[in-house]
Design a protein around this ligand. Structure first.
Ligand SMILES: [Zn+2]
Ligand SMILES: [Zn+2]
Length: 427
């Protein structure tokens, strides 16, 4: 998905098409049922009731369209901080050939660095970030309110519709206003199911979004802070304290997203920070975490096929399934001889990133592989590879990673290693 995909072409994707169809389906079904249950031309209250529903539906659609069209705000390509000295505190994005400003992250789907990235949302076919955070949150809020309203109207008219015969035979003809046809009863049941689903699903999302906004900590930053705390827990003697820089107190945090114009603030590059912090407090922590990760990376080679299934009972056995990691992170599919850089370890599972083959890097179509490149896989399907120089020194540490541009030579080197019996298996 290209970042240059702008304007209305963003909507030509299963996410927006499904989301807009659901909104329209709930709106039209509710209006149709309401026209029989409480016709708007009956009284002023009935008119106001329908107008309120239309207003909620329009606001939900408007904020949805604006969240997609505005986008999260992308970092300019080849971006550099004003003071070149500050580059030492920033991560470099090879894809965008520029530095990542504080709070920005590279989105694989958008293929660009995104300002204050929260998450990539397939429903809007764009990221949620600095520029569209308010629109996205208002979209959630008005969709929930509109669907709640729709649920009430649809359930009441359904009740009236199925008891129509009872009302007519018991002298309550004024209540028998809802008359079903086969199509309208199917639409009514479908509409009820959709609106209840929207209320439940989006309420959970809204709760997460509000937590993010009130603490001024995006989904990605929650991770970084957790790792920062863990780092200090493991090294209690280190005196480098960490204070999350963007928490300004809940009122100011709210104002960062919602303000008079309901618009983004600033440029999305410099951020107001708490006392005792500076612009690079978080990015310095990120660099330190990255350095630690690099030091713990181990290289593994796949020795038997991995399906990428969540519970590979038939291919890997019950022990692997019982020990499966409790996380929604992806599972990767592997072929024998694949090289994986592993950063997390469980007794039966490993988490790592597959090193793409030379053909994949060159972009040859028939060698492109589907699925995730980074994720969990069963530990027994791979063996750890040990570098020769470290093997002879006997300390067992192997911090060097093969340079990406020299993958072919590296593969040859690994084969040689295997023949010499340097591959070590950890079960
Ligand atoms: Zn990037
Ligand atoms: Zn994205």
């Amino acid at each position: 998905m290209s970042a240059e995909l702008s304007g209305f072409r963003r909507f030509l994707h299963w996410g927006p098409i499904t989301a807009l169809s659901i909104i329209k389906c709930i709106t039209l079904t509710t209006l149709y049922m309401n026209s029989m249950w409480w016709p708007p031309n009956e009284s002023f209250a009935a008119f106001a009731h329908q107008a309120l529903f239309l207003l909620l539906s329009t606001l939900a659609t408007f904020n949805y369209v604006m969240a997609t069209l505005t986008g999260p705000g992308l970092m300019p390509k080849q971006w550099q901080p004003k003071d070149p000295k500050d580059t030492q505190f920033l991560q470099y994005c090879k894809k965008c050939e520029g530095y990542k400003a504080p709070r920005s992250h590279h989105c694989r789907k958008c293929d660009r660095c995104v300002k204050k990235m929260d998450h990539h949302c397939p429903w809007i076919n764009h990221c949620v970030g600095w520029a569209n955070h308010a629109y996205f949150t208002f979209f959630l809020l008005f969709s929930i309110l509109g669907s709640l309203h729709g649920t009430v109207v649809l359930c009441c008219s359904f009740w009236r519709g199925i008891y129509r015969y009872y009302y007519l035979t018991h002298g309550l003809a004024h209540l028998a206003s809802v008359q079903f046809t086969l199509t309208s009863i199917i639409m009514c049941i479908l509409g009820m199911g959709l609106s209840i689903g929207v209320v439940i699903g989006l309420s959970m999302l809204l709760y997460i979004q509000m937590k993010t906004i009130v603490t001024n900590q995006t989904g990605i930053e929650i991770w970084i802070v957790e790792k920062a705390i863990y780092r200090r827990y493991r090294n209690p003697d280190s005196d480098d304290d960490f204070l999350y820089p963007y928490n300004l107190g809940w009122r100011d945090n709210l104002r960062q997203v919602f303000n008079d114009e309901c618009q983004k603030r600033g440029e999305g590059i410099e951020w107001p920070v708490a006392e005792g912090c500076d612009q690079y407090t978080l990015t310095r922590e990120q660099l330190a975490q990255k350095e630690e990760k690099r030091a713990r990376t181990r290289t593994y080679k796949c020795i038997r096929p991995v399906t990428g299934r969540w519970l590979p009972l038939f291919s890997q056995g019950w022990r692997v399934c019982v020990g499966a990691p409790c996380s929604d992170e992806p599972r990767i599919h592997l072929r024998p001889d694949d090289i994986i850089r592993v950063t997390r370890f469980r007794s039966h599972w490993l988490f790592g990133e597959r090193v793409p083959s030379e053909q994949e890097i060159r972009g040859e179509k028939k060698h492109q592989r589907k699925g995730h490149i980074r994720g969990w896989f069963p530990r027994q399907a791979a063996v750890e590879l040990i570098e020769p120089e470290q093997d002879s020194s006997g300390d067992g540490s192997h911090d060097e990673n093969p340079p990406a541009q020299n993958i072919n030579g590296y593969h040859r080197h690994l084969k040689q290693q295997q023949r010499n019996g340097h591959a070590k298996k950890y079960m």
